[in-house]
Design a protein around this ligand. Structure first.
Ligand SMILES: [Zn+2]
Ligand SMILES: [Zn+2]
Length: 258
């Protein structure tokens, strides 16, 4: 399975920066998990192949350029953009984003080929199919309804925590899996900001270190994501100090293969 955390910004030479402001992962060039930077950082090929987007929650950093992406492709879409989310999240997207005030309600619109956007409500705790992937969504502990995901292609399995603080259901599903090849988990704030991390339901390296004690698999890569750009170096130093094997910060723009 190939996974890329899309970059959010580019320097004056057009080279991706390591700061992650927006969240969008692309799996095997065809499935996106969240869509923060989807319209600004997909390559030309991926713009033609990504048609399935799983939205974990409606926070702006996870959906910022989703409306722009659909808008850009509007005349050329020969199949609808499929948006997979829980019923609750679909309701929030319709109410707060695709509401004719912030952006058109694309789910009501058609181009010459047919509908341009379709919601696919997803269950929690039950497997469902997205393109060639088997996915299980699990509610996590964030300030809006949010799911973590376990994604398998039959050979490789990867777990995404998405935005979360301390949680148990996610670990239960992850630990029940036969094998795990990689864990992508958030570490948003440095330890000195634990109060803000707590009220906004995010991890610091210290609270992540505690949380990872719930994980019973070992040996897999653990990629920290969602590092707030202003504190990136500080968070990375604190992650290193945890001395957890194979824990490192995921680099936006780089393609990882598991
Ligand atoms: Zn969030
Ligand atoms: Zn976020």
């Amino acid at each position: 399975m190939r996974i890329q955390l899309l970059p959010s910004t580019f320097d004056a030479q057009g080279v991706a920066t390591l700061e992650q402001r927006l969240t969008c992962f692309v799996i095997d060039d065809c499935v996106a998990v969240d869509a923060g930077s989807i319209a600004i950082a997909l390559n030309g090929e991926q713009r033609n192949t990504v048609r399935d987007i799983i939205v974990t929650h409606p926070h702006m950093d996870h959906v910022a350029s989703l409306p722009i992406f659909i808008d850009d492709l509007y005349p050329s879409l020969q199949e609808p953009m499929r948006i997979y989310a829980t019923e609750e999240v679909i309701g929030l997207l319709e109410r707060d984003v695709f509401n004719w005030n912030v952006y058109p309600r694309f789910s009501d619109l058609k181009n010459d080929y047919g509908p341009v956007m379709e919601y696919i409500p997803i269950p929690v705790g039950e497997p469902f199919r997205v393109a060639h992937l088997n996915v299980v969504a699990v509610p996590v502990n964030h300030i809006v309804p949010t799911v973590g995901l376990v994604v398998s292609d039959g050979q490789t399995s990867v777990a995404f925590s998405s935005d979360t603080a301390e949680t148990d259901d996610f670990w239960k599903i992850v630990n029940e899996m036969k094998g795990l090849d990689a864990l992508l988990i958030e570490a948003s704030f440095p330890d000195r900001m634990s109060k803000l991390a707590h009220v906004s339901r995010h991890f610091t390296p210290a609270s992540l270190g505690q949380e990872l004690k719930k994980l019973t698999h070992n040996g897999m890569d653990i990629m920290a994501v969602h590092l707030k750009p202003s504190y990136r170096e500080e968070i990375i130093e604190q992650l290193k100090a945890l001395n957890i094997p194979k824990l490192k910060a995921m680099e936006p723009g780089r393609v990882y293969e598991w």
